[in-house]
Design a binder for this molecule. Structure first.
Ligand SMILES: C[S@@+](CC[C@H](N)C(=O)[O-])C[C@H]1O[C@@H](n2cnc3c(N)ncnc32)[C@H](O)[C@@H]1O
Length: 211
């Protein structure tokens, strides 16, 4: 099948995503050790949105590798438009639940969950990225000593997350209800949602879980 024919079946967004040289595909995950040039710790952000957080991390920590994942292709595209290619950064479009199946066991040094969708209705709590069924997926992916770092402006989601961790016997390493005033986070990198909500005067909640 010629490339021209195949392209006609793709949406405009898909076509533009295909131009991103550092976009990671599912099959590439099956050869995990070949993804990055350097063999160094890999960090994943689930739901990176417009990508400031993961990009700034990649610039600040060249000795770490980063994958920014979002299910919304348009956001990954917009994120890429504000980035330059870096050897330690890959972007990916996909739903974490499907994508995670392709990560090897204990392949990640850290997982970032930033301002995850709150899913306020009780019947939707299972979709929250800190629901215990997701915690099990993260535990498979994390290396021993690997961390989940979670930030949100939503107190209800934060309390729910603490409860999920404690009820499943997981110890939390650090908890803050005002991350921007907390001296344990001197090198905090802000996300787009974080800038917006902190400017509106919302406190930012944060927790760290170490496997
Ligand atoms: C509220 S936004 C926060 C974006 C960004 N982290 C920030 O703080 O600015 C949540 C993002 O998570 C993405 N998302 C939600 N569930 C996801 C999933 N299961 N897999 C991948 N991305 C997901 C959404 O598409 C959305 O872009």
């Amino acid at each position: 099948m010629g490339r021209g024919f195949r392209l006609r079946g793709l949406t405009n967004i898909d076509q533009r995503l295909e131009q991103i040289s550092y976009l990671l595909s599912l099959p590439e995950l099956d050869h995990f050790s070949d993804i990055f040039d350097k063999d160094q710790p890999v960090y994943l952000e689930v739901g990176m949105g417009r990508g400031n957080f993961i990009y700034q991390n990649a610039l600040r920590y060249p000795e770490r590798n980063f994958i920014g994942l979002d299910q919304a292709g348009i956001l990954v595209l917009k994120a890429s438009e504000r980035m330059e290619e870096k050897p330690n950064l890959k972007l990916m479009v996909g739903d974490f639940e499907e994508v995670q199946l392709h990560f090897p066991d204990e392949s990640l040094a850290g997982i970032f969950l930033n301002f995850s969708d709150p899913w306020p209705k009780t019947r939707h709590h299972k979709r929250r990225l800190t629901h215990r069924r997701f915690l099990e997926m993260y535990d498979r992916l994390l290396q021993p000593g690997g961390e989940i770092r979670f930030k949100t402006d939503r107190e209800d989601l934060f309390d729910f997350s603490l409860k999920e961790l404690s009820e499943t016997g997981r110890q939390v390493l650090a908890v803050t209800r005002d991350l921007h005033a907390d001296e344990r986070y001197p090198d905090n990198i802000m996300t787009e949602y974080e800038s917006k909500f902190s400017q509106m005067g919302h406190p930012i909640y944060g927790l760290i879980y170490r496997k």
